[in-house]
Design a protein around this ligand. Structure first.
Ligand SMILES: *[C@@H]1O[C@H](CO)[C@@H](O)[C@H](O)[C@H]1NC(C)=O
Length: 344
């Protein structure tokens, strides 16, 4: 209980020590919750020839519990867990986050990249849900710049999902000439993702002219990205261009980082099976109601929308499917037995 130790310290400590206590505590992330150590996952047979799998996720205090659950789910279901490299993107200070990840997954291959939120601060316009306006939500646009050139393909995952299948199957898809692979949802009302101002403009809707297929919604929480093609095609700049129009010229959409992706890639993504993004389990962006799975097989459960399984579980009002997230929860609860701590 670091908080109580600190309080006790301040009663007796000279001023210089109080200052140290205050700031050290801040830097080591005194406010991050404690997490359990996950079991170690080892490669099975036949992994020597298996590919290295690069996965990118964001890491922040708010979604840390979700990110760690996502990592655990990936490792647990893949046959070559030691071949997976995680690329975490965080805004500073990320040392406490690094310590937390390393403590829960001592043998995990991972790197943390600093995302400069000033990159996007001037380009974010407020949306229907404040959580969508966080700079880190836009980090996926900058992966091609953040990750080393040697990383030519990456899977981007949101922090509110669990993978219940071997991620190697998603990694191995053939992108062909496409830059992005993702499940596409053509029954969703595509019109609704943009404003009347957008559709009534003489030029904006022409962005979708000449696409390979009709422009359809896809969810940006699960994307296989060809970073080489992304870099060569200058896609970060293309997305930023739409964000600048939204911010400075005309309000063309209501959501955060999704519409720019639709503007640039809708109708041009490599279609991936819907099983790889059973999204919307968090409900809508306003009420967070319970939702059901889409018909068909399930390889990945995604709690996109306002409701998050850990919050609903903590509140004692879980949706039925939240029970599927719970086995991946690494949060250490008060009273949990810590096998390494002496009984007090
Ligand atoms: C699609 O959304 C637009 C804009 O919100 C709306 O005007 C239109 O009626 C919707 N179409 C269908 C088929 O629901």
């Amino acid at each position: 209980m670091p908080g109580r130790h600190l309080a006790a310290l301040t009663l007796v400590a000279p001023a210089w020590l109080i200052a140290v206590a205050c700031c050290t505590n801040h830097l080591t992330g005194g406010d991050l919750p404690a997490f359990r150590e996950a079991p170690a996952f080892r490669n099975g047979r036949g992994c020597a020839d298996a590919p290295t799998i690069n996965i990118a996720m964001t890491l922040d205090a708010t979604y840390l519990r979700g990110s760690l659950a996502g990592v655990l789910s990936i490792l647990q279901h893949t046959s070559c867990p030691e071949n997976v490299i995680f690329h975490f993107v965080a805004t500073s200070p990320f040392h406490p986050l690094r310590r937390t990840v390393a403590a829960s997954f001592p043998s995990l291959s991972f790197r943390i990249y600093r995302f400069d939120s000033a990159l996007v601060r001037g380009k974010i316009s407020s949306s229907v849900r404040r959580a969508l306006d966080q700079p880190l939500n836009y980090a996926r646009i900058y992966l091609a710049d953040l990750l080393p050139r040697s990383v030519r393909r990456v899977i981007y995952f949101d922090s509110d999902l669990v993978v219940v299948d071997d991620v190697a199957r998603l990694w191995g898809i053939d992108l062909g000439h496409h830059v992005l692979g993702a499940p596409e949802y053509c029954h969703a009302n595509f019109t609704a993702y943009f404003t009347d101002r957008f559709w009534s403009d003489p030029d904006f809707p022409r962005a979708f002219d000449g696409r390979e297929r009709r422009a359809c919604y896809f969810n940006t929480g699960v994307m296989v990205m060809d970073l080489e093609k992304w870099r060569a095609g200058g896609y970060t700049r293309r997305l930023e261009g739409w964000m600048e129009i939204q911010k400075k010229a005309a309000r063309i959409y209501e959501l955060g980082s999704l519409p720019p992706f639709l503007l640039v890639f809708a109708g041009e993504v490599k279609r991936v099976g819907h099983r790889w993004n059973q999204h919307g389990l968090g409900g809508d962006n306003v009420e967070g109601l319970c939702r059901n799975l889409h018909p068909g097989p399930v390889s990945l459960l995604h709690w996109s929308g306002k409701g998050k399984p850990w919050l609903r579980l903590d509140a004692g009002r879980p949706c039925q499917l939240d029970g599927l997230w719970k086995p991946y929860d690494l949060l250490r609860r008060r009273g949990d037995r810590d096998p390494f701590a002496a009984d007090v």
